[in-house]
Design a protein around this ligand. Structure first.
Ligand code: ADP
Ligand code: MG
Length: 595
């Protein structure tokens, strides 16, 4: 019976565009699926990522029939990750389409990730028919209530005629102010309900992009005064500056004032990592010693050690710029708090400082101290990176990957050591070219992000490549999305930095000894994964082959070969020393609680 239904649907898909236009010509009824598709199209939605099933199969086809791209994924969580990445890359929310009950619940991790990252996302899920509610309907669940804690806006349109209104609101809510998540609940009965097309406001207005919020000029003056008096100023560039497309003005600010800057992980590339003003290699020192910090679209949360002692100076003055005033003074009281988009603020500040003829001297004590630290830290990293002994260490792997890939690639990265060490060695010279585990530290985001990034490249930057650098544990969360990449011919280069474990693992012999030492579930270390897993063989599922590497030369050859492949993904599985570690840190990366 199920096969019969699918055949019927695929026959239907061949004729559906004719069917849909016939509906319009004869001014017949229009159903909820088509109202939803038309509404999304008219609000500028370009991409939907999802998994179909009852009751949203026809919904996905209605999307395609109005010209929206639909990408079928293998897990709703990955679909939600893909949809939010496209939202970050384009500034327009991507849609994640899911089935009822478990389908929507699988999206929740993705919704939380988008909300915590401040990225726009619109989730749409089918739900059980309204007349089956309360009597044990198929996949019945309280979907609007379940979504609400993860959303700025969560509703079930009360009638087909109101779908266009709620789509507009959902899209606007996702993008306006601090971006976030919107959820639309679509019961089967709403999706199939037919109404007279003339009574549906399909041409519902599109509010369009919201004009930029400009700073209060008095606050720009104060910020300039505070900066001009600083001895050790520092600019911190967050992913809010990247999302706000402020790259040009932030670059100009840094280049004209010569103030050192530090990008947050996804703030990388707003000002090129290769800029002489980037002090990432002296990060600890820069944070610790700065007397004035200009905080551009970043929160003083765990990633920036709350702006507090011991990682910051006790009397540091923060000039905090954010689109969301609720964020001001959150963990420490800011000296100047400016409610503004990053772009107009940085333009105004650059102008103001230029009128004061302000510029930090490269010979200043501050620059000298930072340069010294940079030199010392770089020497350590270089020594590690030049150690090509097998099994390889992380630094040698990343140095080789960085040297082999096109410099304008989008880097997707997740894993513990893989992401942390890779951040320093894999450089970004363009904004929004790094996608990683983010503020929520979510593992499993990589393949979904890479699918979205590769879709975006195909449509907007066809020669650009997506390099997805995964720890072996991280890859396991969403590895089956390799099939999605294959089906949609996305040439993602997946690099698995394989240490056979979470944080660290064991070589084959040691793992065997450990597992034979007692009950397997009692003695296998929770951080261990199977040793030397051949992830690259997943390419054989498609009649292709992947790359297994143990040496620097093998990595170079594999990356070169993968770059030549432009119509399918590649997997490069790099077996490194299972006990390889990162550089000893002055501070624990996670600031310890003092409670
Ligand atoms: P990071 O991870 O880089 O530290 P966060 O996600 O913590 O960045 O912070 C990003 C901040 O940027 C959020 O507080 C958000 O409100 C803000 N933001 C987003 N878009 C803009 C914009 N266009 N202008 C100013 N601030 C913005
Ligand atoms: Mg690992």
């Amino acid at each position: 019976m199920f096969i019969g239904r699918l055949l019927q649907i695929s026959r239907g898909s061949l004729t559906r565009s004719i069917h849909v236009s016939a509906k319009y010509n004869q001014a017949m009824g229009i159903d909820g699926n088509n109202i939803l598709a038309e509404s999304l199209k008219r609000q500028g939605i370009e991409y939907v990522f999802g998994i179909v099933g009852i009751p949203v199969i026809e919904t996905s086809m209605a999307f395609q029939s109005v010209g929206i791209k639909y990408v079928g994924m293998r897990n709703e969580q990955a679909a939600a990750y893909a949809a939010q990445a496209i939202g970050y890359l384009t500034g327009k929310p991507g849609v994640c389409l899911a089935v009822s009950g478990p389908g929507l619940l699988h999206c929740i991790g993705g919704m939380a990730n988008a909300q915590v990252n401040c990225w726009p996302l619109l989730v749409i899920a089918g739900s059980c028919p309204e007349d089956h509610e309360g009597i044990g309907g198929f996949q019945e669940w309280l979907q609007v209530e379940s979504s609400r804690p993860y959303c700025k806006y969560a509703v079930r349109p009360p009638s087909p005629k109101l779908i266009p209104l709620h789509v507009e609101r959902a899209v606007r809510s996702a993008c306006a102010g601090r971006p976030g998540v919107a959820y639309l609940d679509m019961p089967a009965t709403l999706l199939t309900a037919e109404v007279d097309e003339e009574k549906v406001p399909l041409n519902f207005y599109n509010a369009g992009p919201i004009t930029l919020a400009h700073p209060d000029p008095a606050l720009v003056d104060r910020a300039a005064d505070v900066l001009a008096k600083a001895e050790r100023p520092l600019v911190i560039v967050g992913k809010g500056a990247a999302y706000g497309r402020a790259e040009e003005s932030v670059r100009k600010l840094v280049e004209t004032t010569k103030i050192p800057f530090l990008p947050t992980p996804m703030g990388k590339g707003v000002v090129p990592d290769a800029s002489p003003y980037c002090v990432s290699t002296a990060r600890t020192q820069a944070l610790l010693k700065a007397d004035v910090v200009v905080l551009l679209g970043a929160r003083l949360n765990w990633m920036l050690h709350f702006g507090q002692v011991p990682r910051f100076a006790p009397d540091v003055k923060v000039i905090q710029v954010d689109i969301s005033p609720e964020e001001f003074h959150n963990s420490i009281k800011s000296e100047v708090a400016v409610h503004s988009d990053i772009r107009p603020f940085t333009e105004a500040l650059t102008q103001k400082l230029a009128s004061k003829k302000y510029s930090l001297q490269p010979s200043s004590a501050w620059w000298k101290a930072l340069n010294e630290k940079q030199k010392k830290n770089t020497e350590f990293v270089e020594a590690q990176a030049n150690d090509k002994s097998v099994p390889l260490n992380y630094y040698a792997v990343f140095k080789t990957v960085q040297a082999s890939i096109p410099k304008d690639s989008i880097i997707v990265s997740e894993g513990a050591n893989t992401m942390d060490i890779g951040r320093g060695l894999l450089l970004n010279n363009q904004p929004r070219h790094r996608l990683d585990a983010g503020t929520f530290g979510t593992m499993g985001v990589g393949p979904g992000f890479a699918v979205a990034a590769a879709m975006w490249c195909r449509d907007y930057a066809p020669t650009k490549r997506v390099i997805c650098v995964e720890g072996d544990s991280a890859f396991g969360f969403s590895g089956m999305e390799i099939e999605t990449m294959f089906r949609y011919k996305l040439p993602v280069i997946i690099v698995i930095v394989n240490n056979s474990g979470i944080y660290s693992g064991f070589d084959k012999e040691m793992m065997k000894d450990i597992q034979e030492s007692g009950d397997v579930a009692q003695c296998t270390p929770p951080t261990a994964l199977s040793s030397e897993v051949r992830y690259e063989k997943m390419m054989e599922m498609f009649g292709c082959s992947g790359h297994l590497c143990r040496t620097v030369e093998e990595i170079e050859t594999a990356v070169k070969a993968a770059i030549k492949v432009t119509d399918r993904p590649s997997i490069i599985n790099i077996l490194i020393n299972p006990q390889a570690n990162r550089k000893p840190q002055t501070f624990n990366w996670l600031t310890e609680s003092k409670l």
